[in-house]
Design a protein around this ligand. Structure first.
Ligand code: CDV
Length: 308
């Protein structure tokens, strides 16, 4: 069975005072709708359970530990896991993870239709900065509140499909996609919280931001011949606007489903995972065409070094 209906559950803004239970109720409402449309795998955004708090600065970061989950599932999210198991639906969502060792990560998980977490991913490419920077129109303090992920880009076979995850800024980095592509990935899910304004450039309007988002997801899907679901937390959140633009992209790089609004919204598509094979066996047949002898710099060098 190569066909499966997949979905993206876009979530509108979550305000500071919203409880986890309230958010989970919204997630379950979208899951119910998805079930009604035959969805068997559903993707939710980055940091689905809370407001995007890295826009706020606190001197003592421990004051923000209440945004983090110390176990998953927990009392607040258990109803989501239960509902998905009842429906035989797999799903993925993002949350902030505080480990027993006291490490903070921006995390997402893949949950099987049996309700088991079968893969965890911790965000690799953390954007922004770690100290308060007054020249910015808004703060983006992911580097203050999270450690860079230590998992790398792994994949898992779930419901017959090879699945992997990225989180938000990761989608802009071809390395993220290619590492999963080299493991035969057929579905990449990406949750995101992207402010509509560049905090260092007033000229970069929302249209350009959405274009770069779509360009990145379509290119990553095409160049690795994989389906992709990119799903936003968006709209107004604590007085800040984040763009919507949730999309499902096919292995040929085309958008096949797109959110229309900025609130809670379901997008769906009947994916035919057999379609991944064509690109993987022709233009992106890595075994036949890659030239790794020329790619060494990608891993040896992090930043640009000009020698000429
Ligand atoms: N949450 C994010 O990673 N947001 C970044 C913004 C800061 C550019 C993104 O790549 O969408």
């Amino acid at each position: 069975m190569s066909k499966m209906i997949i979905g993206g559950a876009q979530i509108g803004g979550i305000q500071k005072d919203e409880t986890r239970e309230e958010v989970v109720a919204r997630m379950i409402a979208l899951m119910d709708e998805a079930h009604g449309k035959g969805v068997k795998y559903l993707a939710y955004p980055e940091m689905t359970l809370t407001t995007f708090f890295p826009r706020f600065y606190v001197e003592d970061r421990a004051e923000f530990d209440h945004w983090f989950e110390t176990e998953m599932p927990n009392a607040a999210t258990r109803p989501l896991f239960d509902r998905a198991r009842e429906y035989g639906m797999g799903f993925t969502f993002g949350y902030c993870e505080l480990t027993p060792e006291g490490q903070h990560f921006n995390t997402s998980v893949i949950v099987s239709p049996e309700g088991e977490i079968i893969l965890k991913y911790r965000k690799t490419h953390l954007p922004g900065h770690s100290e308060y920077e007054p020249e910015r129109t808004h703060q983006h303090l992911e580097k203050r509140y999270f450690l860079p992920g230590d998992t790398g880009f792994n994949v898992v076979r779930n419901q017959g499909v090879i699945m992997g995850m990225s989180i938000c800024n990761d989608r802009r980095w071809p390395e993220s996609w290619r590492v999963m592509g080299l493991q035969g990935v057929e579905l990449v899910t990406i949750g995101y919280n992207t402010p509509s304004q560049n905090n260092l450039s007033a000229e970069e309007g929302i249209e350009r931001r959405v274009y770069h988002h779509e360009l990145s997801v379509c290119a990553g899907a095409y160049q690795n011949s994989t389906y992709a679901v990119a799903v936003a937390k968006c709209g107004m959140e604590d007085g800040n606007h984040m763009f919507a633009g949730s999309i499902i992209v096919d292995p040929d790089g085309f958008v096949v489903a797109r959110a229309e609004g900025e609130g809670d919204e379901l997008i769906t598509h009947e994916a035919d995972f057999a379609k991944c094979a064509f690109g993987k066996s022709t233009v992106f047949n890595f075994a036949a065409h890659r030239r790794t002898e020329h790619y060494g710099l990608i891993c040896e060098r992090t930043g640009v070094q000009i020698d000429v």
